[in-house]
Design a protein around this ligand. Sequence first.
Ligand SMILES: O=C(O)[C@H](O)CO
Length: 395
Amino acid sequence: MIVLSFPKSVSVPVISTCSVRAWGVFCGSFVRFVPMKLHYFQTNVYKNIALNCSFFLGRRVSFSTCQPSLNMGKEKPQVYVTRAGCPTKGIDLLKQKCDVEIWSKPLEPVPREELLKKVKGKDALFCLLTDKIDKELLESAGPSLKVIATMSTGYDHIDVPEVKKRGIKLGYTPDVLTDAVAELTVGLLLATSRRLFEAHQEILNGGWGSWSPLWMCGPGLATSTVGIVGLGRIGIEVAKRLHTFNPSQILYTSRSDKPEAKPFGGIRVPLDELLAQSDFIVVTCALTPETKEMFNDETFAKMKSSAIFVNTSRGGVVDQPALQRALESGKIAAAGLDVMTPEPLPPDHPLLQLKNCVIIPHIGSATTKTREDMCILTAKNIIAALQGEPLPAEL
Ligand SMILES: O=C(O)[C@H](O)CO
């Protein structure tokens, strides 16, 4: 048996001695690669070495690994966190197991150049929806990167096929934010239909005269038709909540019938029917190539002129200039947006001048507990992946 040990200078961190074994079999005898002195092992490096051996020796070399363990190595895996100010419970979890480097600013995304530099040689990346994860970034990170975990449910900022192609694990944070986003969606819908911000502004600018029969009126939910576009986890929770306001019916679009729609009597209909019948159109679908700008001149034209449009998914599902035209021309009555393009929306953006457009700054999941849960889940996704275990929430 030939025993090879690798120097610490191997560019990637390596798992401890007994956590990984690479066996090369040739000439009827064993070659055993023992990763002595090395702490965190990058499987591909060994695989490549084994393959090279087989090439030079003209013999078959086989290779096997056992699960890596974070606790066994002396050196901890390296994680880059792209934002300061993430809830400490999650970051502390990470710090127990990993060396954590954090971008210094809580309110600004890490500049692209800095991110490309910092991600180099890291084992894991903890990112937010403000960070573009694409081929360039993955190439910059290099082969050490084993897991990317985004502290978000949306993943349109990530080039998923590129990540998967490299065998990098991908974590996200579904479920933990569902209630918060559903609550906010209902709040935004009411703020838009009952003109809460506009009414408040009237007080400030002296427009509040005496009580007046039709002043600040808007549509109510009771006896209305609500249409939910994309009845996923969040859509279902929005529908359940809106059901308690006694609408006459709740319509939804989805690829298949949803048994979860039964308790609120949800009826699956084609999109055009939903657009034509709904008094409230609530968008909760994910942004994908199929849903990109699905709300455009054509779809707004199919809505009632009294329709209230509410979007808490992603700005990219809306052709925003078309929405502006629809609001200005009275093609639809009003819109409530938690998401838009770009984010942040410049303070002088024309949409902000429209009284019938309520805009809030992407705060759907912004409850303290939800953000904490999102951070903890992101940390757990990273730790699980580095330990070779299934991620609690893998994409
Ligand atoms: O995708 C998400 O997680 C949400 O948009 C954050 O609020």
